[in-house]
Structures are given as structure tokens and as C-alpha cells.
Design a protein around this ligand. Structure first.
Ligand code: GLU
Length: 254
């Protein structure tokens, strides 16, 4: 499955029911990332959770609908999220390196070239783990990707990754649209039947649900990259994937 992996961590995975950042989850994921790095994998993390973390600190129970309020949440939450990553990476003598992107950056050849060069450099050194989020503080309707599923797929294409892994609180694509039934282990073509299985999300904490994950798999496939959708709460999910265990749903669309 190659060695360069882009791993997306969803808000629903990184936050608790009350909306606060799930520190134990970040610790667990980073411990696995450190194992992957030691084994020679190049790992790029795409993290959500800035807005959720900001909401908790600002004492908001409901996700604001106003763009400015959401942006304020992100400005408060993003540094908190990074602090948590860096704390756990530090135990493994790794450094978290933050990149915040907007859709504009992904639409500009110069920005893409620069982002790629920065990421290549960071990945060439063993001690860095690039951590990417959308630059929510300045992203409004016109210049935002909108969800980190698609952002992570763009990052996978940009970095010419070998694999995109989207971790959230669901086991993968299920045989029923409400997320129940049986897990579909492999998808080779996204047709109407598969699209019909992707319900949206209604949760306060999740953003895109399965719909944006399918879109992400299609974007990644445009760069000949397979996508895994798996449950990030599963014990050793990343290290088991590295061992070749069959987990979640694999999209091999090329
Ligand atoms: N960028 C948003 C945040 O960090 C999350 C977007 C998403 O989860 O798709 O809060």
C-alpha cells in the first residue's frame, strides 16, 4: 500500500459527545502514527476539530450558523488542537508542523508548488509530522473547500500519496443508507447504487457524512490513489492497516 499516507481525522472522532477535544483519542492516534513513522511511513495528518474545540472553549452548545462566529471558533480552537497534537508527538520526539489551506491555495499553481515543496521537505526529515486543516479563520463561502474529507483528498493528490485513509466514527460504507447492515469491504466503482447508500450527516459535530467521503474517494482516484474509510476508534486501526489487515471499506476506483 506504499509508504506515503494521508490520514484524515474527523471532528466526530476527535471530540467527545459534549464537544470537547478527546485527548485520549489524539494520544492513541499519535502513538500509532509514531509506530508508522518508525517503520518508514511518511504520514500527513489532515485534522478537523478546530471549530468543535473553539465551541467548547467559548461555551457554545450549538454550532453557530454565522460565518464570522464559526471563524472565531476556529481561531480559538485551532491552536488548542495543535497544542494537543504537539504534546503527544513530543513524547515520541516528533514535531507537529502546521499547514492551513483554503480552496484558493489548491486552485493556485504557485501555492500548490510551494505547499508540495514544503511537505516534501518535512516528510524527508524523520522528526516532522505535517498537520493540515482548512484555514477556517479566513475561508468563507467563496474560498472554502468546506469539508476535510475533500481537503484530505486534495492533499493526497498534491503530495502524490500512496493511500488516503479517512478515519471517523463509522466502520465504513454499509449496505443500508442509515449506516446499518453489513460492511462493504471493497468498492471498485461509484455508481447510483453506491451513492444511494451514502446518507448525509445530521450530527452537530460531523461535517460531511458519507457523501463527502465518496467525493473524496473520487478525487483521490483522479490521482490513482486508493481510499480507506475506517473506524478511527478501532484499536490499532492504523498499525493493523499497515500490516495488511482488511479493515473498513477500500475504494480502488482506478
Ligand atoms: N475545518 C473544520 C474544523 O477544523 C472541520 C471541517 C470538517 O470536519 O470537515 O473544525
Amino acid at each position: 500500500m506504499g509508504k506515503r499516507w494521508v490520514i484524515k481525522l474527523g471532528s466526530g472522532l476527535l471530540t467527545r459527545k459534549n464537544g470537547s477535544v478527546d485527548r485520549a483519542r489524539i494520544r492513541d492516534i499519535i502513538d500509532q502514527v509514531a509506530v508508522l513513522r518508525r517503520k518508514g511511513h511518511e504520514v500527513v495528518l489532515v485534522t478537523s476539530g478546530a471549530i468543535a474545540a473553539g465551541m467548547t472553549t467559548m461555551g457554545l452548545k450549538k454550532r453557530p450558523s454565522e460565518a464570522r462566529e464559526l471563524q472565531a471558533c476556529a481561531t480559538v480552537g485551532q491552536p488548542e488542537l495543535m497544542a494537543e497534537y504537539r504534546r503527544h508527538l513530543g513524547r515520541h520526539k516528533l514535531l507537529g508542523a502546521q499547514l492551513l489551506l483554503t480552496y484558493w491555495d489548491l486552485d493556485s499553481r504557485t501555492c500548490i508548488r510551494n505547499a508540495r515543496a514544503t511537505l516534501d521537505f518535512l516528510l524527508s526529515q524523520k522528526r516532522f509530522i505535517p498537520i493540515i486543516n482548512e484555514n477556517d479563520a479566513i475561508a468563507d463561502e467563496e474560498i472554502k473547500v468546506g469539508d476535510n474529507d475533500r481537503l484530505s483528498a486534495h492533499v493526497a493528490v498534491l503530495t502524490e500519496a500512496d493511500l488516503l485513509i479517512i478515519l471517523s466514527g463509522i466502520p465504513g460504507l454499509m449496505t443500508k443508507p442509515d449506516g446499518t447492515g453489513e460492511l462493504i469491504p471493497r468498492v471498485k466503482r461509484i455508481d447510483e447504487r453506491i451513492r444511494a447508500l451514502a446518507g448525509g450527516t445530521t450530527s452537530e459535530r460531523n461535517v460531511g457524512g458519507m457523501v463527502t467521503k465518496l467525493l473524496a474517494a473520487e478525487i483521490a482516484a483522479s490521482g490513482k490513489i486508493d481510499t480507506f474509510i475506517a473506524d478511527g476508534r478501532r484499536k490499532n486501526v492504523l498499525t493493523d492497516l499497515a500490516k495488511g489487515k482488511i479493515i473498513g471499506t477500500r475504494f480502488s476506483l482506478q
